[in-house]
Design a protein around this ligand. Structure first.
Ligand code: DAH
Length: 352
């Protein structure tokens, strides 16, 4: 038995010495120390041996086991070092380098920058407000009735267990209009004897709704404009719309407003843009020559009052549109499934 153990050790060590890679080393280890390995089988015979001798052999068997393990580890280290050295030897410093892959901004980020610079030219200032918000800012102060369907948790994501004494439940902003309330409240806070500074705000942010299909993703972006001053009118709103439509979609495109209903504007409109494919003549894409962009209107007096602004002194207009939607309405951009934008597929993203 003693000889058997010593032979096993010698046998293993010579194999380890010759091994050429890690895989081979693992196989050797298995061959000796595995469940049915040679050493394991030899150890299984120990209980049959008489007690005095058994102790001695037990110690020896253990030693053999530890020696094999340590030799395998040592050889692994040597192999690794060898690979590194051979790699270093192979480096040719005169070789031209491998060009790193250069990425670019995501197409939604590009659209956000373009939209921002268009509005900045006419004095709108980009702001950022929370995208995890209290109900007051997203609904209540915007004049939404308590039972409005958008306040249902089928439409809006509410945060479990978080609620403010004054501002109600916490939610993920379902639209960027919450920024209107933040902006007007801030203007009131910094006003001097009831005189607020005029506002020209552009709030671009992430919005969240429980929806997912070819034209909806649960997370999307909106850009929201708000102008507050004295004696603003629908004419000012229409001028801004036309300016944006021509700057973003092209000189040939025009805007049109249709009466609509929103809780926070009075009167309210739906804004359409003439179709770029048929130039407003009517085609299979647009049907009647127009594509719907989003909502707009004159700020409701209740909304002004809710933020502390006197509706007899100030008025304003607002608009809110989807970034992805505006992007898809650009000429020649035929994205037939909005979800592609967030799919992280390089074949798609590299085209922009
Ligand atoms: N917040 C509205 C929505 O998400 C869009 C909207 C409509 C924004 C009219 C406005 C507005 O500022 O005046 O559907």
């Amino acid at each position: 038995m003693e000889n058997e153990l010593i032979n096993l050790k010698n046998n293993a060590l010579s194999l380890i010495l010759e091994a050429e890679d890690e895989k081979e080393l693992e196989e050797i280890k298995l061959q000796f120390l595995g469940r049915s390995g040679k050493l394991t089988q030899a150890i299984r015979k120990l209980p049959k041996i008489d007690i005095e001798k058994r102790k001695e052999l037990g110690v020896l068997a253990n030693e053999v086991k530890e020696t094999i393990e340590a030799s395998v580890d040592e050889k692994k280290k040597q192999l690794k070092k060898g690979i590194l050295m051979s790699k270093i030897r192979k480096i040719d410093v005169t070789n031209p380098g491998i060009k790193p892959q250069i990425g670019h901004l995501h197409l939604v980020t590009q659209a956000i920058s373009e939209i921002t610079s268009i509005f900045e030219k006419i004095g709108f200032v980009r702001v950022r407000y929370p995208e995890v918000e209290w109900d007051w800012y997203a609904f209540e102060a915007l004049n939404f009735p308590k039972d409005h369907p958008a306040r249902d948790d089928w439409e809006t994501f509410f945060i479990d267990g978080a609620s403010h004494k004054k501002y109600g439940p916490m939610l993920l902003t379902p639209h960027t209009s919450s920024g209107q309330i933040r902006e007007m409240s801030n203007a009131v806070k910094s006003s001097v004897s009831g005189e607020i500074s005029p506002i020209k705000m552009l709030n671009i942010a992430k919005c969240y709704r429980r929806q997912s299909d070819v034209s909806h993703t649960p997370m999307f972006h909106q850009f929201e404009g708000l102008a507050i001053d004295k004696n603003l009118s629908i004419v000012n709103l229409k001028g801004v719309l036309d300016y944006f439509v021509k700057s973003y979609f092209g000189e040939k495109r025009v805007s049109r407003i249709r009466p609509y209903h929103f809780e926070f504007t009075e009167p309210s409109f739906e804004v359409d843009v003439s179709c770029g494919v048929c130039n407003g003549q009517g085609c299979s894409l647009c049907k009647d020559g127009w594509l719907e962009l989003g909502g707009a209107g004159m700020v409701h007096p209740n909304v002004l009052k809710n933020t502390g602004i006197d509706p007899d002194k100030f008025n304003g207009f607002a608009f809110g549109w989807g970034v992805e939607r505006a992007l898809m309405m650009k000429d020649g951009l035929e994205i037939d499934d909005l979800r592609l934008i967030y799919s992280n597929k390089l074949e798609f993203l590299e085209q922009f």
